[in-house]
Design a protein around this ligand. Structure first.
Ligand SMILES: [Fe+2]
Length: 306
């Protein structure tokens, strides 16, 4: 029997060594089901700005259309939105040149993610598809953990397209195009990372609620706040670090305890969304992360009766 929370009509194979996904395996995007999709929160810097709300709703509506048509609509970003991007991307680029993994820096260049203009999901998608058969799908807001992670099992990441409010270029309480394009997307040009993400996706679809909580922690301490050892130096690859000036600088100070990655410890370490992260985990390589996660998720599938 499958868990009640299974999200798709066809369920994934439990054999994780066979993780190839063909185009015909991909479910219809219109079949995406979520318990809820996050609306703009009252503590968002743009919450009382009517123009911002309207604009965010419009861009979100393009993402909703995607679910019906399966086609990504490019956003014609305004001058103000492009200016926010330039401000944030330029400042991040300087810090990243010292702190980001060299793999990530190359990937950003390969994907054409620069400081001058906001990249479109459609153009990055084409390149990701060719490199590691990965894809992006627009989404209009934050969705619940199982629904979000489950799409990774189809090598698909749900991404927002709107941008943060101009009054606080350094801050956003929700994912925006800066967080997605500068934080997450370059990592999917690494096939080990893309495979690892897919394993998390498989896991989310068959996890008990307790296992899902563990997966959330694994995702947090790797995809969002991971560090990697590269030629004897520590570098950032997590999206929450790479898309935040404060977190990226803080990660390398004495405020943070940097621990070697230990899966058992990671999945049992709680975290806070809002505070600066006091503990970070360092992976020795993306291949190590992938293989460790494969074994972990395989232990889930042994406990599920198909
Ligand atoms: Fe994120």
């Amino acid at each position: 029997m499958l868990p009640e929370t299974a999200l798709f009509k066809s369920e994934p194979t439990s054999n994780l060594t066979n993780f190839e996904v063909k185009d015909e395996d991909l479910p219809e995007f219109r079949d995406m089901r979520f318990e809820n999709i996050n609306e703009l929160h009252l503590d968002h810097p743009g919450a009382s700005d009517e123009d911002y709300r309207r604009r965010r709703d419009y861009i979100a509506s393009l993402s909703k259309n995607f679910r019906e048509t399966g086609t990504i609509t490019d956003v014609e970003y305004t001058k103000q939105e492009q200016a926010i991007w330039r401000t944030v991307a330029t400042r991040l680029e300087e810090i990243q040149s010292r702190r980001a993994s060299t793999f990530y820096l190359d990937a950003k260049e390969k994907l054409g993610i620069g400081t001058e203009r906001i990249p479109q999901l459609s153009e990055m998608n084409k390149r990701l598809n060719k490199l590691c058969n990965f894809r992006l799908a627009p989404i209009e807001g934050l969705v619940e953990t199982r629904g979000f992670l489950s799409w990774l099992s189809y090598r698909t990441m749900l991404c927002t397209q709107y941008i943060r409010h101009h009054s606080r270029p350094e801050y956003t309480p929700e994912p925006d195009i800066v967080h997605e394009a500068i934080g997450h997307i370059p990592n999917f040009t690494n096939c080990d990372f893309a495979d690892f993400s897919q394993f998390i996706g498989h896991g989310a679809r068959i996890a008990t609620d307790a296992q899902l909580e563990e997966l959330g922690r694994l995702y947090w301490f790797t995809v969002e706040f991971g560090l990697v050892e590269e030629n004897g130096e520590l570098k950032a690859y997590g999206a929450g670090l790479l898309s935040s000036f404060g977190e990226l600088e803080n990660a390398f100070t004495d405020n943070v305890e940097r621990r070697p990655f230990d899966l058992e410890q990671v999945i049992n370490t709680p975290y806070e969304y809002s505070d600066m992260q006091p503990i970070l985990y360092v992976i020795p390589s993306y291949a190590y992360l992938k293989e460790t996660t494969r074994k972990y998720i395989e232990s889930f599938s042994r406990s599920v009766v198909f």
